[in-house]
Design a protein around this ligand. Structure first.
Ligand code: FMN
Length: 289
């Protein structure tokens, strides 16, 4: 029994579904037929979305959640380019709660982000509790201090041995410096990991998932960008991702499903400051062939 069915009273036999997916569609006696099942179908719904006459339905998907697209040219390239250029990482947030409806909207966009092989394995952990945020931040700082001390010791030993790779020593010294900075910052009463942001979004996925890192980063980027249209700003927090995946105490505190890893983290909130200018960046190195 095919997961996809075609209503032949509506089908114009245009062949768009077949052109899109030769795995699940074929042509017999000049008629397109569907034979979608677990062996070939990614449950991506593209055949349904492409059908100009609405003749295709998919038994594994919610058919009420396919809305008709009327306009797709409402954002000009100039507007979107400027919107993307104006994005800045923010680390100072107003003491203002994000409405639940906006958070729900941000969560909802995640399901519409693309995933490798349409695996849809991205999961979310949202932290709004200041106590929980502080606990996680402290654990991440503990990790960075410990990591920094170990790296500093290694760098010293390598310098004494006199035969080590200068690049590697510099990297270890930088990790040691970062650990020290984190300690000083926390001792001064600051939150050097999440900057006391009202919302921390942790994107996690099963470690064995094929494209987990890409999927989580695409999802977090999508959330971050849409959040800007709600007056919010965001920043990626790579240091927490590193701590989560390398320091069991952080993972224990997160209580993720067994086998899941953290692949992207962002903080969000209403900005305390605004940027009056865009910034310069190095030209992209590119080769055209
Ligand atoms: C993958 C990634 C990880 C990052 N991790 C952190 C982080 O842990 N803490 C932080 O304050 N900023 C973090 N940032 C923000 C960068 O420092 C920031 O993007 C960069 O300095 C450029 O500034 P802009 O985002 O305003 O253009 C991260 C950015 C990226 C893309």
């Amino acid at each position: 029994m095919s997961w996809v069915s075609i209503d032949y009273t509506r089908c114009s036999n245009c062949g768009a579904c077949l052109e899109e997916c030769t795995r699940c569609f074929s042509k017999t006696d000049e008629k397109v037929v569907a034979h979608a099942d677990i062996n070939c179908c990614l449950v991506c719904g593209r055949c349904v979305a492409l059908c100009p006459t609405g003749a295709i339905s998919h038994s594994q998907m919610d058919m009420t959640n396919f809305h008709v697209i009327n306009n797709c040219d409402f954002i000009s390239p100039d507007d979107l380019f400027e919107f993307l250029r104006q994005r800045r990482s923010h680390r100072a947030f107003a003491d203002k709660k994000i409405p639940e409806a906006d958070i729900k909207r941000l969560v909802d966009i995640v399901r519409y982000s693309p995933t490798g092989s349409n695996s849809q394995m991205v999961e979310l952990l949202l932290i709004q509790s200041p106590e929980k945020r502080k606990k996680l931040s402290d654990l991440a700082v503990d990790f960075m201090i410990k990591n920094g001390e170990e790296s500093g010791e290694k760098a010293k030993a390598m310098r004494l041995a006199g035969k080590a790779d200068e690049g590697e020593i510099k990297l270890m010294e930088m990790i040691a410096f970062y650990g020290e900075m984190m300690r000083e910052s926390r001792d001064a009463g600051l939150d050097p990991v999440f900057y006391n942001a009202p919302l921390v979004m942790i994107f996690h996925a099963p470690m064995q998932a094929f494209s987990k890192k890409d999927d989580c980063v695409i999802a977090s980027t999508t959330v971050g960008l849409i959040s800007r249209t709600m007056g919010l700003e965001y920043t990626y927090i790579g240091i927490f991702e590193g701590a989560a995946n390398n320091y069991p105490a952080v993972m224990d505190e997160l209580k993720l499903p067994v086998g899941n890893g953290v692949y992207s983290v962002i903080i969000l909130g209403y900005p305390k400051m605004r940027f009056y200018r865009t910034v310069d960046r190095k030209p992209t190195k590119v080769r055209y062939e």
